[in-house]
Structure formats: C-alpha cells, structure tokens
Ligand binder design. Structure first.
Ligand code: G3P
Ligand code: MG
Length: 245
C-alpha cells in the first residue's frame, strides 16, 4: 500500500467544532496528513470556511453567508454550539487556514459549496488565493457541482480536482477523465474494490468520505484508496501505523 492521505473532515470535527482553526490544529495533532474544508463567499467577496450556506447551525446567527460582510461573519461565535470551551472560535477565512498550514506538511482539500448558492467568482477567487500562497501542489479542489470543477480546470489546468458524489455512478473514472479530474471523492458505500482498480488503471484516485468506522476504513484501505476523509483522523492514523503506511 502506498501513502494514504488521512483527510480530517472539516478539521478534526469529531473532537472540535467543525471548520474552526481549533479543529484544523487538532487534526494535525492527531496525525491527519490532509484537511478537508468547505468554501463559501461573503457579501463583500471574501472566502470563508463553513459547511452550511447559513450560519444558523454552527453560530446561532439566522443569516446566510452571502448576505453578511466578513466583519459580520467574524463577529459570530462558531465554537460554543459544540462546547463552551470553544467559545470565541470564529468562522475562518481561507487565508487564515493557508497561513496556518504554510509551515505544516499537510494536503488541503477545498470543497467549493456552489450548490445551494451560486457565488459569482467563487472558482476564480479560490484559485487566485491558492496561487498567491503558492500552494497549488498540495491543494485539490472538490465539489458536488461538477460545473465548478470544469471551470477550475479552465482557469487553472494545473489544479487537481475531485468529483464529489453519493450515488452509484456508472464507471465514474471515465467521467472523471472527461472532466480532467484527478480523483473521485465518493460516499464510502459507493466504493467497491473493483472500482478502485479500474480507476487506478487510468490514474484516477479514490478518496471516499465520510468514514468514521475503523472496519470500513480497513475495507477501503485494502481496496487501495488513495485517501480517506474522516471526522476522526486519530482512528485512521492508528490503522495506518499498524499497516506501516
Ligand atoms: O468532501 C467530503 C465531504 O465533506 C462532502 O460532504 O456535506 O460533509 O461537505 P459534506
Ligand atoms: Mg465538505
């Protein structure tokens, strides 16, 4: 087995409030070798890391990211909903995360949340920011909106992209080649060993999400996936150290 990327889903979101700097730092402490996070855009055009289009669930503020300025988003407490010890955590900007990982040896999976809200310029701004930080070589951009992935490749042919999906797509590695994508980020139940082999044969990686059960992780590692996205990078790190990879 080669090197398998241990992606912390929204940071170490099983241990910390998701998509906060605390969750990203914890991920690295727990042995993650990659971070997965979700990108939205504020009313004043700033890229911020939060899962939902609305701030309601993780901050209590009943508003959409698209309707608030960065200052307004930054005023929200993104930690207390999870535990009082995290009061004062904020919704990070993409730049804050890139600054944080600059000196860390981790990969980064940026998921463009261009599903419910269509943010004008989301793809361009994400590419521009990654390029400005010179991190193109350790970023992969994924999305459930595959038009966004095609757009990313048009703007930045060097950027790796990953196709997010949850269904039983027929021969998705063929589709991935058509889109110029590097990876299939499939829901774990849509990943079978023969699919992984067929994808490998055309140089397409499988990186399933969101895998929190050690038995499922072991099955996917045996199938030869290139990475796994998990809320518990510590569980995956333990398995990977047992397997010596
Ligand atoms: O990128 C994998 C996973 O994060 C996709 O689903 O809803 O958790 O962003 P979601
Ligand atoms: Mg995500």
């Amino acid at each position: 087995m080669g090197f398998v990327i241990n992606y912390a889903h929204r940071g170490a979101s099983g241990h910390c409030p998701e998509n906060t700097l605390a969750a990203f730092a914890k991920a690295i402490d727990l042995g993650a070798t990659g971070i997965e996070t979700d990108v939205h855009m504020t009313k004043d055009g700033r890229l911020v890391l939060i899962h939902d289009a609305s701030l309601k669930r993780t901050t209590g503020i009943n508003a959409y990211v698209k309707d608030l300025t960065l200052d307004e988003v930054k005023a929200a407490d993104a930690g207390s909903w999870f535990h009082k010890d995290y009061k004062g955590e904020t919704v990070p900007t993409l730049e804050e995360l890139l600054d944080f990982i600059r000196t860390k040896d981790v990969m980064l999976n940026l998921e463009l949340k261009s599903g419910i809200v269509q943010y004008p310029g989301l793809e361009e701004k994400t590419v521009e920011t990654v390029r400005r930080y010179k991190m193109d070589d350790r970023v992969i951009i994924s999305s459930f909106n595959h038009y966004s992935l095609v757009k990313v490749k048009q703007i930045a042919p060097e950027m790796k992209t990953g196709i997010l999906y949850s269904e039983g797509l027929y021969e998705p590695w063929v589709y991935a080649q058509r889109l110029g994508a590097s990876a299939l980020h499939a829901a774990h139940y849509a990943v079978l060993p023969e699919f992984v082999q067929a994808a490998q044969a055309v140089d397409i990686d499988y990186t399933p999400f969101t895998v929190n059960d050690a038995g499922v992780m072991a099955r996917l590692l045996a199938a030869g996936v290139a990475g796994i996205i998990t809320d518990y990078p510590d569980r995956l790190a333990a398995l990977l150290s047992l397997k010596g990879s």
